[in-house]
Ligand binder design. Structure first.
Ligand code: CA
Length: 91
């Protein structure tokens, strides 16, 4: 079993890997997030244009990403793997 610190470190490593692909290296663009979801969450097909961010800036910072990852996990735990319901306005 991983510690919370190890899990958060893993999330940060994953975030940094994808956030650094283009543009602002400190944030995930919608395209970077869509790519991450496609590669890291099997069965996910999300286009960047389907993603919105809570503050409307179109970029996902690490805090927003952690909130999203927790929400995604809760949905999977509850047997509701559909991403559409949590993506709109939730990131
Ligand atoms: Ca970026």
């Amino acid at each position: 079993m991983s510690t919370v610190a190890e899990i958060l470190t893993s999330l940060k490593v994953l975030f940094t890997e994808y956030a650094g692909k283009s543009g602002n290296k400190e944030t995930l663009s919608k395209r970077e997030l869509a790519e991450m979801l496609h590669k890291e969450v099997p069965g996910t097909e999300v286009s960047g244009k389907d993603l919105t961010t809570k503050n409307g800036d179109g970029e996902v910072d690490f805090k927003e990403f952690v909130n999203f990852a927790v929400t995604l996990n809760i949905h999977y735990q509850e047997g509701k793997p559909g991403l559409a319901s949590i993506i709109d306005g939730q990131i």
